[in-house]
Design a protein around this ligand. Structure first.
Ligand SMILES: C[S@@+](CC[C@H](N)C(=O)[O-])C[C@H]1O[C@@H](n2cnc3c(N)ncnc32)[C@H](O)[C@@H]1O
Length: 267
């Protein structure tokens, strides 16, 4: 090991302190979403730099501008905001390209619900149990932390979380699907398409709009999820468990993210 007082050792100590405190980054992101800072800065596209007290005055009648500034500065170092120093002292903030992903668009979508969805209490309770996935991998940390309930079962039973999950998925998937549909021709010759784990049905809606020869879309998801899905022309919502069976179609579409420890890793 290098000498205790060497630059290498000191840098290593700083690096481990930073790693141990990384939680302050997503939690600061969570705070600015909850305070509606991105939409406030965007101001219908102007993105004019505002100081912490100017932002605070727009989002909340009272509060601590000093603390808001701390959060803004922290996220500036992670490229969410740009800091503008006015007359050598006053600090103002505008959104970077990263920060703009949190602004609500004309369709009412953004990545902000994704931030909130990932920081909901039920998930936050699971993180300190990650080591138990090594000791006893038979039960996922989420299930252990939430009284035996699986993540998707939990969302299904909790109306607010189900809605947040669907909003988060729409915010992430709509821009992604626009990019996919611009260049992908894999739907040629498909007339009946099933989207497995289709959530609110956004992907199918966009596929059917772009490819009118796909006459029938089946949005297959858990019963609690499809029960809350909106009516979409040409799309039938079907509830079920993909591990037990899925509706028959010409082609299967599936867009899911693999998580650290989740049953979707078995798909
Ligand atoms: C990460 S989301 C993806 C949603 C959508 N495909 C998208 O990209 O926007 C995963 C989806 O899989 C669904 N799901 C999870 N387990 C399932 C199961 N056993 N059977 C059917 N759907 C399931 C969830 O309810 C959720 O809507």
């Amino acid at each position: 090991m290098a000498d205790e007082t060497s630059e290498t050792r000191n840098n290593a100590r700083l690096a481990i302190l930073e790693l141990a405190n990384m939680i302050s980054v997503p939690m600061s992101l969570n705070a600015i979403v909850r305070l509606n800072v991105p939409d406030t800065l965007w101001q219908s596209g102007s993105n004019i730099p505002l100081s912490a007290s100017e932002i605070l005055a727009r989002v909340q009648s009272t509060g601590d501008a000093e603390n808001l500034q701390r959060i803004l500065r922290m996220l500036t170092s992670y490229d969410v905001f740009t800091e503008h120093v006015i007359n050598g002292s006053e600090r103002k903030y505008s959104l970077t390209e990263v920060g703009k992903t949190l602004v609500t668009d004309q369709e009412g979508l953004s990545y902000a619900p994704y931030v909130l969805q990932h920081h909901q209490d039920a998930l936050m309770r699971s993180w300190p149990l990650v080591h138990e996935a090594v000791i006893d991998p038979t039960v996922e940390p989420f299930v252990k932390a939430n009284g035996g309930e699986s993540a998707y079962g939990y969302y299904g039973e909790n109306h607010e979380m189900n809605e947040l999950m669907q909003k988060a998925m729409s915010g992430v998937s709509v821009p992604f699907m626009k990019a996919i549909l611009d260049g992908y021709d894999g739907f040629d010759g498909v007339s009946r398409l099933v989207d497995v784990g289709g959530s609110a049905g956004d992907c199918l809606r966009m596929i059917l709009q772009k490819h009118p020869h796909v006459k029938e879309g089946i949005n297959f998801d858990l019963p609690e999820v499809v029960a809350k899905a909106p009516v979409i022309s040409g799309v039938k919502h079907v509830g079920g468990d993909m591990f037990k069976g899925i509706p028959v179609a010409d082609a299967i579409f599936m867009k899911v993210r693999r998580f650290l420890f989740s049953n979707l890793n078995d798909v």
